[in-house]
Structure formats: C-alpha cells, structure tokens
Write a protein that binds this ligand. Structure first.
Ligand SMILES: [Zn+2]
Length: 341
C-alpha cells in the first residue's frame, strides 16, 4: 500500500496540539484534507497560495464559459479563491478531479516537482488569455544557455534552454546550497560515445559542456534532486542540504555568472518529502503574508519557527522531514538593502 498517511500518530499529535492551542482559528494558512493520496498536490497548493503573484495574475483572467471543461488554470484559480473560505472543507476537490483528467491520477502518489511542471505547462496550454499565461511562466522562468566547446578548434555551439525549477544535483556526503549550485555549473567533458558533433571539424570531437546562466526570475523554484534513477531502480538521497532563509545568488554562483546574479531572495516555501522513493508523504512549510512560518500537513496547520524549517535540511533518518523543493522570492531593491543575508 502506498504510504501517504504513514505518520498518522504524528498528524494526530499535531492536531491535538493545534486544537488545544486553538492556533488554527487564527492561522492565515488553512489545512487541506487528504483526498485519496493527494498530499503532494496539497503541499504544492499551499505553496501556490503563498505565491500571491500567481493568484493576482489568475484573478485578472476572465475565462469564457466555454473553457470550463477540465481546465487546470481555471480550477487552480477557483481552488485558490475557495481556500480563503475556511468554511469550505475541501476547496481543492474540483482541482484534484481536474488534474486526474490530465494523468495526475487520484489515489496515486506523485512526484511534487512533476506535478508542479504539469500544472505550469497546462496553464500555458489551457489559458485563454495567453498574455497572463506568459506572465505566470515568466514569474518562474530561469534562462540558461548550454555552451559546448570543441577541444580541438574551439568552436562553441550554444543552445538556449529554460527551467521552471532549478534542478540541483546533490553530493552523497552533505551539501550547502552553494555546493549544489557549483556542482550544477561545473563543466562536463564529453568524450567517447558522448562526444559532441563539431560543425567546423565535421565529426564528433571531445568537447567541454557548461551551462551559462542568462537570467533569474522573481520566483526562484529549486528542485533538490533527491531521487536518483538507475536502469533498475530509483533511490532517495537522504543527504543533508543546508539552505538559507535569505539567499544572495551572487554568493552562490561561480564568478562567471555574477553579472546576472546581483539578486537577493527570501525563502517562502519548502515542499517536504518524508519516506523513501517508493513510499512517502509530502508536507509544506510556507511563509505567509503575515510574515510568519506555518507548517501544513494535509488538514493540520500550525505556526512554526525558522529553526523548525531548518530541521528539513536532511542528513538524518530516512523517515525524517527532508526539503525537496525550495521557493524563493526576489526582494525589491529597498527590501534587499535592509536584509541581512
Ligand atoms: Zn571542432
């Protein structure tokens, strides 16, 4: 059986604390019931609700009545609006049913980063207002350029590419976020069967491939690549990755990218995975508009400290909370000046 509510004892404990303290009554973050293994979507919805920019963009969209059928952006718009009404017990049910029609099936565990990409891609595909759809994409869009240099003639082949979440590789033995960025940007040597076809030399040549950062978005989503696939299986890396609440990208990147990296960000969302690659549960931490951190585990929510958010660095037991996706928001220049990184 897929283990989604495997930590029932913990949820019950949380619920008891929350109820006794009455915190949920005052919380600006509401819980979302688990409707058939929907924890990954619930956790993502909490981060979408904390991304007020998306809600603002969706609120400007006036869809035509004809676009109702299985329209993911429309159901996301409705779910985010309904989440504000705390009397509604399952404000996300229609959204879950709509995703089900697009291969994010109910009663199945999903990878949160895959669901995130599916939602953003369907927004591009299904939104009748393509200008607002482009605004939503631009909010997350990381522009990069893949440069492959022939070792013999020096010819450089450039391919523009984009990410909606930064796919950061992890070392096995503990990382800072800076280590992960540096590993991502480390040049790769392509040789043998992987050699690159050089148009000048007119044959496959040993080459050096590096990724160049072109621009950073207002919302920087980072995917910590904890799931490592081989031909026979997928395993999860429980390794530690420490990350800051205030992120200065200029410090994170190798020198050659610093011209685009004069950017300061604040962490406002952490999607957490608990468990193994085959059985697991998702929860989320969100920094809400009231400038407080909240933990959300399906229907349970409670206010937490930054220290508790840091407990998701990993490097502990396999069943402990581990950050899987990080969401950072770019600070305005005034806010950045006041922030202590
Ligand atoms: Zn060449």
């Amino acid at each position: 059986m897929a283990w989604c509510k495997g930590f029932l004892f913990r949820s019950d404990l949380t619920s008891a604390i929350v109820t006794r303290a009455g915190l949920h009554l005052h919380s600006s973050v509401r819980g979302l019931s688990n409707c058939g293994l929907s924890c990954s979507i619930n956790a993502l919805l909490q981060t979408f609700a904390a991304t007020t920019e998306v809600e603002e963009m969706l609120s400007r969209w006036q869809p035509s009545e004809a676009s109702d059928e299985n329209n993911v952006p429309l159901e996301l718009k409705r779910a985010l609006e309904a989440m504000k009404d705390k009397r509604q017990s399952s404000p996300h049910l229609d959204f879950l049913n709509c995703l089900h029609e697009h291969n994010i099936c109910r009663f199945t565990n999903h990878d949160a980063d895959e669901v995130f990409h599916t939602i953003l891609n369907l927004i591009q595909k299904q939104m009748s207002d393509q200008q607002i759809a482009a605004e939503i994409k631009n909010l997350y869009k990381i522009d990069v350029e893949e440069c492959t240099e022939c070792e013999k003639c020096g010819n450089v082949h450039r391919t523009p590419n984009l990410f909606l979440s930064f796919p950061l590789p992890l070392h096995e033995d503990g990382n800072t976020l800076m280590d992960c960025f540096r590993m991502f940007f480390k040049p790769q040597r392509l040789e043998g069967s992987e050699a690159f076809y050089c148009v000048k030399c007119e044959k496959k040549m040993p080459s050096t491939q590096r990724c160049k950062l072109v621009s950073l978005p207002s919302i920087l989503c980072i995917n910590l690549k904890r799931f490592r696939s081989t031909s026979s299986c997928t395993r999860k890396l429980n390794t530690k990755v420490s990350f800051p609440e205030m992120l200065n990208m200029a410090e994170m990147l190798p020198e050659e990218h610093s011209q685009v990296a004069e950017r300061r960000y604040r962490l406002y969302g952490v999607v957490v995975h608990i468990g193994t690659s085959t059985m697991g549960h998702y929860t989320a931490y969100v920094y809400s508009t009231d400038s407080k951190w909240y933990y959300t585990d399906d229907s349970c929510t409670r206010q937490v400290s930054w220290e508790e958010v840091q407990s998701t660095y990993g490097g502990r037991e396999w069943y402990s909370d581990m950050a899987y996706m990080l969401l950072y928001r770019r600070l305005s220049s005034e806010a950045a000046q006041g922030a202590n990184p």
